[in-house]
Design a protein around this ligand. Structure first.
Ligand SMILES: Cc1cc2nc3c(=O)[nH]c(=O)nc-3n(C[C@H](O)[C@H](O)[C@H](O)COP(=O)(O)O)c2cc1C
Length: 362
């Protein structure tokens, strides 16, 4: 029996299998408001049979967007536009989720297909990025952020809380905090980006403070019946980054503050990613270690494009959920194709009857 296609119960939520549509920025919103594109993009993948569809990194404040095309949740108009999208995902039998985020020093950039670099500060669409310290990421993102004051830190934390409340009101049943990929929260944790000398920098406890305080504040308002998760960049695979042991300690702290699941990803605090050991499922052994040492439910992604690899990761207990991005772009019906490859009985039934009826035996 396939483990990838076994149900997964967490809090009050039931996932029909272990396949998750990983959050994917679409850079297609206007003023942070999602539209028909987001409905079709996310809706198609819910139809395709994934168990959980997590909407893209959605900014908690205007300056927290990566690009001017990123979605937001800093006002009610945005939440109202998300609501039918969440409803549609749920109607297809998938759990509707969203990732909330602040891009920090990587904010104010052009869309990937329009350069993927910081906008010229003179561009009327540009804004001033914020960060823990005035240190630029480098390479295509050369702008040094403004060092955040304590008031700005507290304001962004309350923006996370306000966005989480809107996420709940609009029908999200799974909330992921984006604490990875070199964006604001991750950059607070990273010695590469954070050189502060106040209570938010220096020691492990201080670099952890922004992340823990933000998570605790969101946990306080996010209902117990729905999962709260963190996507965390556990390593930069770089000598100047945080050691993996620190990341494990961080995950233990998240767990002690009642985080439900950790979504293992990369740090991306530096453009130098030459030591990342890219390869199919390369983060799975790290996820397994964190799952065991921190005793927490785990999701893992990155280069898991093959049904058997996904099956093996779940069957070996390395992770509880598989996050898919590129593969889901390539094939929104990947769950159907994976079910066939893994000889699941009546694989067409991962699709809705409008499709399943016609695809029986094909
Ligand atoms: C188009 C695109 C947009 C992405 N946007 C996000 C995002 O909003 N939040 C996030 O945490 N990761 C984002 N990612 C990373 C993916 O969620 C995923 O972790 C990564 O692509 C590795 O998985 P894969 O090998 O299955 O593609 C994005 C990836 C792609 C391809």
């Amino acid at each position: 029996m396939s483990q990838l296609f076994s149900e997964f119960h967490i809090k009050g939520v039931a996932l029909r299998n272990r396949i998750v549509v990983s959050p994917m920025c679409q850079y297609s919103a206007v003023d942070g408001v999602p539209n028909e594109w987001h409905m079709v993009h996310l809706g198609a993948r819910a139809i395709g049979g994934a168990a959980l569809v997590i909407a893209e990194a959605t900014a908690v404040s205007p300056e927290g967007r990566i690009t001017p095309g990123c979605t937001g949740l800093w006002n009610d108009k945005q939440a109202e536009a998300w609501a039918p999208i969440m409803r549609f995902i749920k109607k297809q039998g998938a759990v509707p989720g969203i990732q909330i985020a602040h891009a920090g020093r990587k904010a104010s950039a052009n869309r990937p297909w329009e350069g993927d670099d910081h906008m010229n500060p003179d561009d009327p669409r540009a804004w001033d990025p914020l960060g823990p310290s005035p240190i630029a990421f480098g390479a295509n993102l050369p702008r040094a952020p403004k060092e955040m004051t304590k008031d700005e830190i507290l304001r962004v934390q309350s923006d996370f809380v306000a966005a989480a409340k809107r996420a709940l009101a609009m029908g999200a049943e799974w909330l992921e905090l984006h604490f990875a990929h070199g964006y604001l929260a991750q950059s607070f944790f990273s010695p590469i980006a954070n050189r502060r000398t106040d209570e938010y920098g220096g020691s492990f406890e201080n670099r952890a403070r922004f992340l823990i305080d933000t998570m605790k504040a969101v946990r306080a308002i996010w209902p117990e019946k729905y999962p709260l998760t963190v996507r965390f960049g556990v390593s930069d695979f770089h000598a100047d980054g945080q050691p993996l042991e620190e990341s494990i300690a961080m995950v233990k702290m998240f767990k002690n503050h009642h985080l439900d699941l950790i979504d293992i990803s990369l740090g991306f605090n530096t453009p130098d990613i030459s030591a990342v050991p890219w390869g199919p499922g390369f983060l799975a052994p790290i996820a397994e270690r964190i799952k065991k040492e921190a005793g927490i439910l785990t999701a893992v992604g990155w280069l898991i494009n093959d049904p058997q690899l996904a099956e093996d990761i779940i069957a070996k207990g390395q992770a509880n959920l598989i996050m898919l991005a590129h593969k889901e772009l390539d094939d929104p019906h990947f769950p159907f194709h994976a079910a066939k490859a893994l000889s699941v009985e009546n694989p067409q039934n991962v699709l809705p009857p409008q499709y399943a009826f016609w695809l029986k035996g094909r």
